[in-house]
Design a protein around this ligand. Structure first.
Ligand code: BYC
Ligand code: FE
Ligand code: FE
Length: 470
């Protein structure tokens, strides 16, 4: 069992104090991180007491400690799952060989790129959510926002630890860059598309934690299979925290759905907007937007990058162990591609199709969430069904970018797209409307008009618990 050092400046279970150079380098990065947090982290509330969970170890029971803490005093730490000395590569060209504890020279660039891309999303999300504390629908939600924010900050630490430890000077420079890029900035944007999209109200926040954090779940799971053992061990522990982020997103949307149904029943015309709610048609548009933007995060459908990352043992599939075969040299994946302007279903060499394989797993997981939302609608006695749009709808990355498709997956002319886009995606008016509902509700136990209360509090705390206090 690895020892936890919680009394050091940087809490860790990697015996940081045994490597003075590394410790000094990370302690030098720490003030830059804190100043980034002050500048780009949650606006306001930095001197409030927030009821937060802090990771203090990696034991299954009791890895987290809950208490009031001021965000800048949050103990961002470095926690890796314990090392399994017998672990071997689970897939790719090195299957069966012992995993690596150091970066192999020939894969150094690829690995660095994967780690930097993963790392970049963490501060990006904090930046995107910076202003949301100003309009939280309740103290419960405000606290959940900050919980997600501090943990994304910890995920950045997790990746920066790898960069500093294994990539020398290049790694330290990348760690600086991670604090210099800015979500949505035209000069120095964040790396991936979705992480430059504004998340300017709580409906988008819940869609983000539902769909974008779920990309995190799948990408982290694929990296948790890595033959570069420190990356695998880091990602495994990050996944433990990720579950709560997905919970926030899925239940957040579910509570909006529930409230909309209640308001529909109260209005003679069944209009949820009349009672200060978000109608289901508008919700559907936000699903269309965020889901499609997040599909892009899996990269191109046919990708030699994905093939290389798998071959070299750096990035596996979701739950690699559930598959029978792990080399994938001869196998194929049947998928839709675009050929001569037509959609054809075709066998693609498996290694090149791995982005699509992971995306397919992701879509199934999203669909399960949408089913649960539909169950809420049904339980409320309303006749309406939310749906995930087609994987070809509104894509900006990969083969489906050249021709527009409807949410049902029908190929369109550019004119048909233009005529219908505002029916399928949030319009400026929808944005204005949703924003008009966003007023802060900071009285313990109270909820904004557009969202139902949660079924229970954090740690089963009572509904009027003061999660955030001065
Ligand atoms: N936007 O071969 P291709 C999370 C680029 S979320 C912009 O098709 P590849 C979190 C690509 O970089 C999880 N550019 O794709 C969630 C490449 O550029 P170069 C984040 C894009 O490389 C919420 C070119 O297009 N983790 O943790 O196989 C809150 C061709 O690429 C995009 C990871 O992503 C895009 N969407 O796959 C907080 C894991 N997609 O090389 C946190 C690490 C592709 O031609 N990253 N491009 O310049 C990866 O595994 C891969 O980089 C990707 C892309 C799956 C993202
Ligand atoms: Fe994260
Ligand atoms: Fe997350």
């Amino acid at each position: 069992m690895s020892t936890i050092m919680n009394d050091e400046r940087i809490p860790n279970n990697v015996n940081l104090s045994s490597d003075k150079r590394l410790q000094r380098a990370l302690e030098a990065w720490q003030p830059s991180f804190l100043s980034w947090w002050q500048q780009m982290g949650p606006m306001g509330f930095q001197t409030h007491d927030i009821f937060l969970r802090t990771a203090v170890s990696v034991e299954n029971d009791g890895w987290a400690h809950f208490d009031y803490v001021k965000m800048p005093d949050y103990r961002w730490g470095i926690f890796l799952e314990p090392k399994d000395p017998n672990r071997v590569h689970g897939f790719g060209d090195f299957e069966g060989q012992p995993v690596w504890d150091e970066v192999p020279g020939e894969f150094r660039n690829m690995l660095r790129r994967l780690i930097v891309t993963q790392a970049d999303t963490e501060p990006a999300s904090v930046e995107q959510q910076r202003l949301l504390g100003q309009t939280a629908p309740s103290l419960y939600d405000l606290r959940n926002l900050f919980q997600v924010n501090v943990e994304e900050g910890r995920h950045l630490w997790a990746m920066v630890y790898l960069l500093h430890t294994y990539f020398g000077r290049d790694g330290r420079e990348e760690a600086e860059e991670l604090l210099a890029r800015r979500s949505g900035d035209s000069d120095k944007p964040r790396i991936l598309g979705a992480f430059n999209e504004p998340t300017s109200h709580w409906l988008s926040f819940f869609m983000f934690t539902m769909f974008t954090d779920r990309d995190g779940k799948f990408q982290l799971a694929a990296l948790a299979e890595s033959g570069f053992d420190p990356l695998a061990r880091t990602c495994r522990f990050m996944l433990t925290e990720e579950a709560h982020h997905l919970f926030v997103g899925e239940t957040g949307v579910q509570r909006i759905v529930k409230r909309s149904c209640e308001l529909m029943k109260q209005d003679p015309n069944g209009d949820a907007r009349k009672g200060g709610g978000i109608d289901l048609v508008t919700l559907q548009k936000y699903i269309n937007f965020w889901f499609s933007v997040c599909l892009d995060l899996f990269g191109g459908e046919v990708s030699s990058n994905a093939a290389d990352a798998f071959a070299s043992g750096l990035k596996g599939r979701f739950k690699e162990e559930k598959y029978a075969e792990h080399k994938l040299v001869e196998s194929h994946f049947a998928m839709d591609v675009l050929e001569g302007g037509k959609v054809v279903h075709k066998d693609i060499a498996m290694r090149n199709a791995l982005n699509e394989v992971l995306r397919t797993e992701y879509i199934k997981d999203c669909a399960r969430g949408v089913e649960r939302w539909n169950k809420t609608i049904k339980d409320e006695g309303i006749d309406f069904e939310l749906k995930l749009p087609s994987n070809k709808f509104h894509r900006q990355i990969g083969i489906w970018t050249s021709v527009p498709f409807s949410p049902d997956g029908e190929m369109l002319t550019p004119e048909q797209w233009e005529a219908n886009a505002s029916k399928w995606l949030p319009s400026t008016d929808d944005e204005i409307f949703v924003k008009s509902l966003m007023h802060p509700v900071y009285e313990p136990g109270k909820m904004a008009s557009w969202i139902a209360p949660p079924s229970k509090g954090i740690n089963n705390l009572p509904g009027d618990f003061e999660y955030v206090r001065k």
